[in-house]
Design a protein around this ligand. Structure first.
Ligand code: ADP
Ligand code: ZN
Ligand code: MG
Length: 479
Protein backbone atom coordinates (compact mmCIF):
# COMPACT_ATOMS: atom_id res chain seq x y z
CA UNK A 1 0.00 0.00 0.00
CA UNK A 2 1.14 3.53 -0.72
CA UNK A 3 0.75 6.30 1.86
CA UNK A 4 0.52 10.04 1.63
CA UNK A 5 1.49 12.61 4.24
CA UNK A 6 -0.89 15.33 5.41
CA UNK A 7 0.63 18.40 7.04
CA UNK A 8 -0.76 21.59 8.55
CA UNK A 9 1.49 24.32 9.97
CA UNK A 10 0.97 26.76 12.81
CA UNK A 11 3.38 29.65 12.32
CA UNK A 12 4.18 32.38 14.81
CA UNK A 13 5.54 35.65 13.47
CA UNK A 14 6.77 38.46 15.68
CA UNK A 15 5.54 41.84 14.48
CA UNK A 16 8.06 44.64 14.02
CA UNK A 17 6.34 47.28 16.11
CA UNK A 18 8.50 49.51 18.28
CA UNK A 19 6.43 48.93 21.39
CA UNK A 20 4.67 45.88 22.82
CA UNK A 21 1.09 44.96 22.03
CA UNK A 22 -0.58 46.00 25.30
CA UNK A 23 1.92 48.47 26.86
CA UNK A 24 4.52 51.01 25.81
CA UNK A 25 7.65 48.92 26.52
CA UNK A 26 10.28 48.60 23.81
CA UNK A 27 10.45 45.43 21.70
CA UNK A 28 14.16 45.87 20.83
CA UNK A 29 15.94 42.50 20.71
CA UNK A 30 19.06 41.81 22.75
CA UNK A 31 18.73 44.25 25.66
CA UNK A 32 19.85 43.34 29.21
CA UNK A 33 17.31 40.90 30.68
CA UNK A 34 14.27 42.46 32.35
CA UNK A 35 15.06 46.05 31.36
CA UNK A 36 12.07 46.36 29.00
CA UNK A 37 9.23 45.61 31.36
CA UNK A 38 6.47 47.47 33.17
CA UNK A 39 3.56 46.59 35.48
CA UNK A 40 1.34 45.76 32.47
CA UNK A 41 3.62 43.20 30.82
CA UNK A 42 4.69 41.86 34.21
CA UNK A 43 1.04 41.11 34.93
CA UNK A 44 0.80 43.12 38.16
CA UNK A 45 -2.64 43.21 39.78
CA UNK A 46 -4.90 46.05 38.73
CA UNK A 47 -3.21 47.00 35.45
CA UNK A 48 -5.08 47.33 32.17
CA UNK A 49 -3.88 46.41 28.68
CA UNK A 50 -4.27 48.96 25.86
CA UNK A 51 -4.15 47.57 22.32
CA UNK A 52 -1.35 48.78 19.99
CA UNK A 53 -3.04 50.02 16.80
CA UNK A 54 0.13 49.52 14.75
CA UNK A 55 0.16 45.80 15.68
CA UNK A 56 -3.39 45.45 14.37
CA UNK A 57 -2.41 47.24 11.17
CA UNK A 58 0.50 44.83 10.64
CA UNK A 59 -1.71 41.81 11.30
CA UNK A 60 -4.25 43.16 8.80
CA UNK A 61 -1.55 43.62 6.17
CA UNK A 62 -0.55 39.96 6.45
CA UNK A 63 -4.17 38.85 6.46
CA UNK A 64 -4.91 40.74 3.24
CA UNK A 65 -1.63 39.69 1.58
CA UNK A 66 -2.68 36.08 2.15
CA UNK A 67 -6.22 36.64 0.82
CA UNK A 68 -7.97 36.29 4.16
CA UNK A 69 -11.41 37.64 4.97
CA UNK A 70 -11.26 40.07 7.89
CA UNK A 71 -13.75 39.66 10.72
CA UNK A 72 -15.12 43.12 11.38
CA UNK A 73 -15.40 42.12 14.99
CA UNK A 74 -12.86 39.84 16.66
CA UNK A 75 -12.41 38.98 20.30
CA UNK A 76 -9.35 38.67 22.54
CA UNK A 77 -9.37 35.70 24.87
CA UNK A 78 -7.38 34.48 27.84
CA UNK A 79 -5.47 31.27 27.30
CA UNK A 80 -4.69 30.00 30.77
CA UNK A 81 -1.64 27.96 31.66
CA UNK A 82 1.11 27.97 34.24
CA UNK A 83 4.70 28.44 33.19
CA UNK A 84 7.62 30.43 34.64
CA UNK A 85 7.93 32.61 31.52
CA UNK A 86 4.29 33.70 31.76
CA UNK A 87 3.91 36.11 34.71
CA UNK A 88 0.15 36.67 34.36
CA UNK A 89 -0.67 32.96 34.30
CA UNK A 90 -2.47 33.51 31.00
CA UNK A 91 -1.63 34.68 27.51
CA UNK A 92 -3.92 37.12 25.70
CA UNK A 93 -4.75 35.52 22.37
CA UNK A 94 -7.77 35.15 20.10
CA UNK A 95 -9.83 32.00 20.07
CA UNK A 96 -13.22 31.46 18.48
CA UNK A 97 -13.36 34.93 16.89
CA UNK A 98 -9.97 35.49 15.23
CA UNK A 99 -9.01 38.60 13.28
CA UNK A 100 -8.98 36.89 9.89
CA UNK A 101 -10.03 33.63 8.22
CA UNK A 102 -10.24 31.76 4.93
CA UNK A 103 -7.10 32.82 3.12
CA UNK A 104 -4.58 31.05 0.91
CA UNK A 105 -1.20 31.42 -0.77
CA UNK A 106 0.24 29.80 -3.88
CA UNK A 107 3.58 28.05 -3.67
CA UNK A 108 5.78 26.78 -6.51
CA UNK A 109 6.98 23.27 -6.32
CA UNK A 110 8.76 21.30 -9.08
CA UNK A 111 7.57 23.72 -11.72
CA UNK A 112 3.92 23.45 -10.67
CA UNK A 113 1.90 25.74 -8.44
CA UNK A 114 0.10 24.54 -5.29
CA UNK A 115 -2.69 26.23 -3.43
CA UNK A 116 -2.33 26.12 0.37
CA UNK A 117 -5.32 27.22 2.42
CA UNK A 118 -4.97 29.43 5.47
CA UNK A 119 -7.56 28.64 8.11
CA UNK A 120 -7.04 31.71 10.26
CA UNK A 121 -4.71 34.47 11.40
CA UNK A 122 -5.05 35.70 14.93
CA UNK A 123 -3.21 38.13 17.18
CA UNK A 124 -1.58 37.30 20.48
CA UNK A 125 1.19 38.31 22.85
CA UNK A 126 4.51 36.51 23.23
CA UNK A 127 5.70 34.98 26.50
CA UNK A 128 9.10 35.57 28.12
CA UNK A 129 12.19 33.46 27.72
CA UNK A 130 13.92 31.00 30.02
CA UNK A 131 17.71 30.98 30.14
CA UNK A 132 19.31 27.88 31.52
CA UNK A 133 22.54 28.31 33.47
CA UNK A 134 25.64 27.30 31.56
CA UNK A 135 28.60 28.63 33.56
CA UNK A 136 29.74 26.62 36.55
CA UNK A 137 28.12 28.89 39.14
CA UNK A 138 24.87 29.05 37.13
CA UNK A 139 24.60 25.34 36.51
CA UNK A 140 21.35 23.83 37.62
CA UNK A 141 19.61 27.22 37.72
CA UNK A 142 17.23 28.74 35.24
CA UNK A 143 16.63 32.44 34.73
CA UNK A 144 13.62 34.29 33.42
CA UNK A 145 13.93 37.18 30.96
CA UNK A 146 10.62 38.99 30.51
CA UNK A 147 11.73 41.48 27.84
CA UNK A 148 9.86 39.45 25.22
CA UNK A 149 6.68 39.23 27.29
CA UNK A 150 3.92 41.13 25.50
CA UNK A 151 5.70 41.44 22.14
CA UNK A 152 3.01 41.23 19.41
CA UNK A 153 2.67 38.01 17.45
CA UNK A 154 0.41 36.74 14.76
CA UNK A 155 -0.33 33.05 14.46
CA UNK A 156 -0.98 31.82 10.94
CA UNK A 157 -2.74 28.44 10.86
CA UNK A 158 -2.78 26.52 7.59
CA UNK A 159 -5.31 24.02 6.33
CA UNK A 160 -4.00 20.43 6.19
CA UNK A 161 -3.21 21.01 2.49
CA UNK A 162 0.52 20.28 2.57
CA UNK A 163 1.67 16.88 1.26
CA UNK A 164 5.41 16.61 1.86
CA UNK A 165 8.32 18.01 3.85
CA UNK A 166 9.43 19.82 0.72
CA UNK A 167 6.05 21.52 0.32
CA UNK A 168 6.06 22.47 4.00
CA UNK A 169 9.41 24.14 3.52
CA UNK A 170 8.24 25.96 0.34
CA UNK A 171 5.08 27.15 2.11
CA UNK A 172 7.10 28.46 5.06
CA UNK A 173 9.53 30.25 2.76
CA UNK A 174 6.55 31.73 0.94
CA UNK A 175 5.04 33.02 4.18
CA UNK A 176 8.33 34.40 5.40
CA UNK A 177 9.02 36.19 2.10
CA UNK A 178 5.61 37.85 2.28
CA UNK A 179 6.11 38.95 5.92
CA UNK A 180 9.50 40.42 5.12
CA UNK A 181 8.22 42.18 1.95
CA UNK A 182 5.43 43.70 4.02
CA UNK A 183 8.10 44.93 6.46
CA UNK A 184 6.11 43.62 9.43
CA UNK A 185 8.44 40.82 10.59
CA UNK A 186 12.18 40.28 10.22
CA UNK A 187 11.70 36.55 9.60
CA UNK A 188 14.67 35.69 11.81
CA UNK A 189 14.31 32.05 12.84
CA UNK A 190 17.41 32.00 15.04
CA UNK A 191 16.16 34.87 17.15
CA UNK A 192 12.73 33.26 17.28
CA UNK A 193 10.84 35.97 15.42
CA UNK A 194 9.55 33.36 12.94
CA UNK A 195 8.77 29.89 14.31
CA UNK A 196 6.65 26.93 13.44
CA UNK A 197 4.78 23.96 14.91
CA UNK A 198 4.12 21.24 12.36
CA UNK A 199 1.12 18.88 12.50
CA UNK A 200 1.55 15.71 10.51
CA UNK A 201 -0.40 12.55 9.82
CA UNK A 202 -0.32 9.88 7.13
CA UNK A 203 -3.06 7.97 5.34
CA UNK A 204 -3.35 5.39 2.56
CA UNK A 205 -3.37 7.04 -0.84
CA UNK A 206 -6.95 7.61 -1.98
CA UNK A 207 -8.29 7.84 1.58
CA UNK A 208 -10.13 11.12 2.17
CA UNK A 209 -10.45 11.03 5.95
CA UNK A 210 -7.59 12.46 7.97
CA UNK A 211 -5.32 10.18 10.00
CA UNK A 212 -4.32 10.83 13.61
CA UNK A 213 -1.78 13.63 13.77
CA UNK A 214 1.33 14.26 15.79
CA UNK A 215 2.43 17.82 16.48
CA UNK A 216 6.13 18.68 16.19
CA UNK A 217 6.93 21.65 18.41
CA UNK A 218 9.09 24.70 17.86
CA UNK A 219 11.00 23.86 14.74
CA UNK A 220 13.45 26.71 14.44
CA UNK A 221 15.24 26.17 11.14
CA UNK A 222 14.18 25.18 7.63
CA UNK A 223 16.50 22.20 7.81
CA UNK A 224 15.03 20.94 11.08
CA UNK A 225 11.52 21.27 9.67
CA UNK A 226 12.40 19.18 6.63
CA UNK A 227 14.37 16.60 8.57
CA UNK A 228 11.82 16.42 11.38
CA UNK A 229 8.91 15.94 9.00
CA UNK A 230 10.75 13.39 6.84
CA UNK A 231 11.55 11.37 9.92
CA UNK A 232 8.05 11.65 11.37
CA UNK A 233 6.35 10.66 8.10
CA UNK A 234 8.58 7.59 7.89
CA UNK A 235 7.92 6.69 11.51
CA UNK A 236 4.14 6.89 11.12
CA UNK A 237 4.10 4.87 7.88
CA UNK A 238 6.24 2.16 9.50
CA UNK A 239 3.82 2.04 12.44
CA UNK A 240 0.79 1.58 10.18
CA UNK A 241 2.55 -1.03 8.08
CA UNK A 242 3.25 -3.07 11.19
CA UNK A 243 -0.47 -2.99 11.88
CA UNK A 244 -0.08 -0.44 14.68
CA UNK A 245 -1.64 2.98 15.01
CA UNK A 246 -0.37 6.52 15.47
CA UNK A 247 -0.95 8.11 18.88
CA UNK A 248 -2.12 11.70 19.05
CA UNK A 249 0.70 13.46 20.85
CA UNK A 250 3.16 16.31 20.88
CA UNK A 251 6.66 15.36 19.79
CA UNK A 252 10.02 17.10 19.78
CA UNK A 253 12.58 16.85 16.98
CA UNK A 254 16.07 16.12 18.25
CA UNK A 255 18.43 17.47 15.57
CA UNK A 256 21.50 15.76 17.02
CA UNK A 257 19.91 12.32 16.59
CA UNK A 258 17.69 13.21 13.63
CA UNK A 259 14.61 11.68 15.29
CA UNK A 260 11.41 12.85 16.96
CA UNK A 261 10.59 11.87 20.55
CA UNK A 262 7.34 11.97 22.47
CA UNK A 263 6.89 15.02 24.70
CA UNK A 264 3.34 14.62 25.93
CA UNK A 265 0.29 12.55 25.01
CA UNK A 266 -3.24 13.70 24.30
CA UNK A 267 -4.20 12.95 27.91
CA UNK A 268 -1.50 15.28 29.17
CA UNK A 269 -2.52 18.05 26.76
CA UNK A 270 -3.31 21.45 28.30
CA UNK A 271 -6.84 22.51 28.93
CA UNK A 272 -6.46 26.24 28.39
CA UNK A 273 -9.90 27.21 29.74
CA UNK A 274 -10.25 29.99 27.19
CA UNK A 275 -12.63 32.83 27.98
CA UNK A 276 -13.06 36.34 26.55
CA UNK A 277 -10.53 38.86 27.93
CA UNK A 278 -12.62 41.08 30.23
CA UNK A 279 -10.13 43.97 30.09
CA UNK A 280 -10.30 44.49 26.33
CA UNK A 281 -13.24 45.44 24.15
CA UNK A 282 -13.89 43.36 21.07
CA UNK A 283 -11.67 44.59 18.24
CA UNK A 284 -13.69 46.35 15.56
CA UNK A 285 -12.16 46.88 12.14
CA UNK A 286 -13.99 49.22 9.77
CA UNK A 287 -14.26 48.42 6.06
CA UNK A 288 -12.52 51.72 5.25
CA UNK A 289 -9.41 50.63 7.17
CA UNK A 290 -9.29 47.35 5.22
CA UNK A 291 -9.60 49.30 1.95
CA UNK A 292 -6.76 51.56 3.02
CA UNK A 293 -4.56 48.52 3.82
CA UNK A 294 -5.42 46.93 0.46
CA UNK A 295 -4.51 50.11 -1.36
CA UNK A 296 -1.06 50.18 0.21
CA UNK A 297 -0.06 46.51 -0.18
CA UNK A 298 3.23 46.26 -2.09
CA UNK A 299 3.77 43.89 -4.99
CA UNK A 300 4.38 40.50 -3.35
CA UNK A 301 7.39 38.30 -4.05
CA UNK A 302 5.64 35.73 -6.22
CA UNK A 303 3.96 38.35 -8.41
CA UNK A 304 7.24 40.22 -8.73
CA UNK A 305 9.06 37.05 -9.74
CA UNK A 306 6.54 36.34 -12.47
CA UNK A 307 6.62 39.92 -13.71
CA UNK A 308 10.44 39.92 -13.91
CA UNK A 309 10.35 36.85 -16.18
CA UNK A 310 7.65 38.42 -18.33
CA UNK A 311 8.94 41.97 -18.47
CA UNK A 312 12.70 41.46 -18.61
CA UNK A 313 12.78 38.08 -20.36
CA UNK A 314 15.27 36.73 -17.82
CA UNK A 315 15.33 33.07 -16.73
CA UNK A 316 13.02 32.07 -13.84
CA UNK A 317 16.13 31.25 -11.86
CA UNK A 318 17.43 34.82 -12.16
CA UNK A 319 14.03 36.23 -11.25
CA UNK A 320 13.96 34.08 -8.12
CA UNK A 321 17.38 35.27 -6.98
CA UNK A 322 16.74 38.92 -7.83
CA UNK A 323 13.45 39.06 -5.93
CA UNK A 324 14.84 37.37 -2.81
CA UNK A 325 14.58 40.74 -1.12
CA UNK A 326 12.70 43.87 -2.02
CA UNK A 327 15.84 45.98 -1.77
CA UNK A 328 17.71 43.75 -4.23
CA UNK A 329 14.75 43.71 -6.64
CA UNK A 330 14.53 47.51 -6.49
CA UNK A 331 18.24 47.91 -7.15
CA UNK A 332 17.90 45.60 -10.14
CA UNK A 333 14.89 47.32 -11.64
CA UNK A 334 16.23 50.83 -11.15
CA UNK A 335 19.53 49.79 -12.73
CA UNK A 336 17.78 48.26 -15.75
CA UNK A 337 15.87 51.50 -16.23
CA UNK A 338 19.20 53.32 -16.58
CA UNK A 339 21.00 50.56 -18.48
CA UNK A 340 18.31 48.77 -20.48
CA UNK A 341 20.03 45.43 -20.85
CA UNK A 342 18.22 43.20 -18.32
CA UNK A 343 20.38 40.11 -18.68
CA UNK A 344 23.66 42.01 -18.32
CA UNK A 345 22.42 43.80 -15.22
CA UNK A 346 21.15 40.49 -13.83
CA UNK A 347 24.57 38.89 -14.36
CA UNK A 348 26.31 41.69 -12.48
CA UNK A 349 23.85 41.75 -9.61
CA UNK A 350 23.69 37.96 -9.24
CA UNK A 351 27.40 37.47 -9.85
CA UNK A 352 29.64 40.24 -8.56
CA UNK A 353 27.27 41.94 -6.15
CA UNK A 354 25.94 38.82 -4.41
CA UNK A 355 29.45 37.39 -4.23
CA UNK A 356 30.73 40.49 -2.42
CA UNK A 357 27.68 40.67 -0.15
CA UNK A 358 28.18 37.07 0.80
CA UNK A 359 31.90 37.48 1.40
CA UNK A 360 31.41 40.12 4.08
CA UNK A 361 27.93 39.10 5.16
CA UNK A 362 26.29 42.44 4.40
CA UNK A 363 22.80 43.31 3.32
CA UNK A 364 22.06 45.04 0.04
CA UNK A 365 20.40 47.83 2.05
CA UNK A 366 23.73 48.73 3.65
CA UNK A 367 25.88 49.22 0.56
CA UNK A 368 26.90 52.31 -1.34
CA UNK A 369 26.41 50.97 -4.88
CA UNK A 370 23.40 52.67 -6.45
CA UNK A 371 21.50 52.09 -9.70
CA UNK A 372 23.23 55.22 -11.03
CA UNK A 373 26.77 54.03 -10.33
CA UNK A 374 26.08 50.50 -11.54
CA UNK A 375 24.57 51.82 -14.79
CA UNK A 376 27.50 54.20 -15.24
CA UNK A 377 29.91 51.28 -14.88
CA UNK A 378 28.06 49.13 -17.43
CA UNK A 379 27.87 52.05 -19.84
CA UNK A 380 31.65 52.41 -19.60
CA UNK A 381 32.02 48.75 -20.61
CA UNK A 382 29.61 49.19 -23.51
CA UNK A 383 31.40 52.23 -24.83
CA UNK A 384 34.76 50.45 -24.63
CA UNK A 385 36.20 52.82 -22.05
CA UNK A 386 37.09 49.87 -19.82
CA UNK A 387 37.05 46.13 -20.43
CA UNK A 388 35.02 43.58 -18.46
CA UNK A 389 37.96 42.48 -16.39
CA UNK A 390 38.76 46.02 -15.31
CA UNK A 391 35.07 46.62 -14.65
CA UNK A 392 35.10 43.87 -12.04
CA UNK A 393 38.00 45.56 -10.29
CA UNK A 394 36.20 48.92 -10.43
CA UNK A 395 33.01 47.30 -9.13
CA UNK A 396 34.88 46.02 -6.10
CA UNK A 397 36.24 49.52 -5.54
CA UNK A 398 32.72 50.94 -5.74
CA UNK A 399 31.53 48.34 -3.25
CA UNK A 400 34.30 49.11 -0.76
CA UNK A 401 34.59 52.90 -1.05
CA UNK A 402 31.22 53.93 -2.45
CA UNK A 403 32.99 56.06 -5.08
CA UNK A 404 31.63 56.55 -8.57
CA UNK A 405 33.17 54.29 -11.22
CA UNK A 406 34.41 57.27 -13.25
CA UNK A 407 36.57 58.57 -10.45
CA UNK A 408 37.95 55.11 -9.61
CA UNK A 409 38.95 54.58 -13.26
CA UNK A 410 40.64 57.96 -13.32
CA UNK A 411 42.42 57.62 -9.99
CA UNK A 412 43.79 54.20 -10.81
CA UNK A 413 44.45 54.98 -14.49
CA UNK A 414 42.34 52.06 -15.66
CA UNK A 415 41.09 53.42 -18.96
CA UNK A 416 41.16 50.74 -21.61
CA UNK A 417 43.89 51.05 -24.17
CA UNK A 418 42.22 51.04 -27.56
CA UNK A 419 44.84 53.16 -29.24
CA UNK A 420 46.00 51.09 -32.23
CA UNK A 421 49.50 52.58 -32.38
CA UNK A 422 50.15 52.07 -28.70
CA UNK A 423 48.91 48.48 -28.82
CA UNK A 424 50.89 47.67 -31.96
CA UNK A 425 53.99 48.95 -30.28
CA UNK A 426 53.43 46.74 -27.23
CA UNK A 427 52.72 43.74 -29.48
CA UNK A 428 55.94 44.37 -31.37
CA UNK A 429 57.90 44.43 -28.11
CA UNK A 430 56.32 41.18 -26.90
CA UNK A 431 57.06 39.38 -30.16
CA UNK A 432 60.66 40.64 -30.14
CA UNK A 433 61.15 39.36 -26.61
CA UNK A 434 59.68 35.94 -27.49
CA UNK A 435 61.22 35.16 -30.85
CA UNK A 436 61.49 31.46 -30.16
CA UNK A 437 57.76 31.21 -29.48
CA UNK A 438 57.03 33.20 -32.61
CA UNK A 439 59.01 30.67 -34.68
CA UNK A 440 57.15 27.77 -33.06
CA UNK A 441 53.84 29.50 -33.76
CA UNK A 442 54.80 30.02 -37.38
CA UNK A 443 55.71 26.34 -37.56
CA UNK A 444 52.14 25.45 -36.61
CA UNK A 445 51.95 25.54 -32.83
CA UNK A 446 48.82 27.70 -32.86
CA UNK A 447 48.14 27.23 -29.17
CA UNK A 448 50.77 29.92 -28.57
CA UNK A 449 48.38 32.61 -29.75
CA UNK A 450 46.78 32.69 -26.29
CA UNK A 451 50.19 33.07 -24.72
CA UNK A 452 50.90 36.20 -26.82
CA UNK A 453 47.51 37.70 -25.88
CA UNK A 454 48.26 37.01 -22.22
CA UNK A 455 51.65 38.71 -22.47
CA UNK A 456 50.11 41.84 -24.01
CA UNK A 457 47.43 41.99 -21.31
CA UNK A 458 50.11 41.58 -18.68
CA UNK A 459 52.26 44.33 -20.15
CA UNK A 460 49.27 46.71 -20.16
CA UNK A 461 48.23 45.70 -16.64
CA UNK A 462 44.99 44.23 -17.99
CA UNK A 463 43.90 47.46 -19.60
CA UNK A 464 44.28 46.54 -23.27
CA UNK A 465 41.13 46.21 -25.31
CA UNK A 466 41.13 42.42 -25.75
CA UNK A 467 39.25 42.50 -29.03
CA UNK A 468 41.82 44.85 -30.58
CA UNK A 469 44.73 42.84 -29.20
CA UNK A 470 43.33 39.75 -30.91
CA UNK A 471 42.80 41.53 -34.16
CA UNK A 472 46.19 43.25 -34.26
CA UNK A 473 48.06 40.09 -33.22
CA UNK A 474 46.37 38.02 -35.92
CA UNK A 475 47.22 40.62 -38.50
CA UNK A 476 50.85 40.86 -37.40
CA UNK A 477 51.40 37.09 -37.16
CA UNK A 478 49.93 36.37 -40.57
CA UNK A 479 52.41 38.68 -42.29
P1 ADP B 1 -5.80 21.21 17.44
O1 ADP B 1 -7.20 21.30 17.89
O2 ADP B 1 -5.09 19.97 17.84
O3 ADP B 1 -5.02 22.47 17.67
P2 ADP B 1 -6.54 22.06 14.82
O4 ADP B 1 -7.69 21.45 14.15
O5 ADP B 1 -6.71 23.41 15.43
O6 ADP B 1 -5.92 21.05 15.84
O7 ADP B 1 -5.38 22.17 13.75
C1 ADP B 1 -4.10 22.63 14.05
C2 ADP B 1 -3.24 22.43 12.82
O8 ADP B 1 -3.12 21.07 12.52
C3 ADP B 1 -3.78 23.07 11.56
O9 ADP B 1 -2.70 23.64 10.83
C4 ADP B 1 -4.39 21.91 10.80
O10 ADP B 1 -4.33 22.12 9.41
C5 ADP B 1 -3.52 20.77 11.20
N1 ADP B 1 -4.19 19.48 11.22
C6 ADP B 1 -5.39 19.19 11.77
N2 ADP B 1 -5.67 17.89 11.64
C7 ADP B 1 -4.62 17.32 11.00
C8 ADP B 1 -4.32 15.99 10.58
N3 ADP B 1 -5.12 14.99 10.82
N4 ADP B 1 -3.15 15.79 9.95
C9 ADP B 1 -2.29 16.81 9.74
N5 ADP B 1 -2.53 18.07 10.10
C10 ADP B 1 -3.68 18.34 10.72
ZN1 ZN C 1 5.40 46.70 29.51
MG1 MG D 1 -6.18 24.39 17.34
Amino acid sequence: MRYEAVIGLEVHAQLLTESKVFCGCSTQFGAEPNTQVCPVCLGMPGVLPALNRRAVEFALRMARATNCRINHKSVFARKNYFYPDLPKGFQISQYDRPLAENGHIEIDIDGGARHIGITRIHMEEDAGKLLHGETREDEGYSFVDLNRTGVPLIEIVSEPDIRSAEEASAYLKGLRDILVYLEICDGNMEQGSFRCDANVSVRPEGETRLGTKAELKNMNSFKFIRDGLEYEIGRQIALLEEGGSVAQETRLFDPSRGITVSMRSKEEAHDYRYFPEPDLLPLQVEESWIEEIDGKLPELPRAKRERFVREYAIPAYDAGVLTASKALADLYEDSVRLHPNPKTVSNWVMGELLRLLKSDNRDVKDIAITPETLAELLNMVDSGKINTKTAKEVFEGMYVSGKAPGSIVEEKGLIQISDEDALSKTIEEILQANQESVEQYMAGKEKLFGFFVGQVMKATKGKANPRMVNMLLKERLSQ
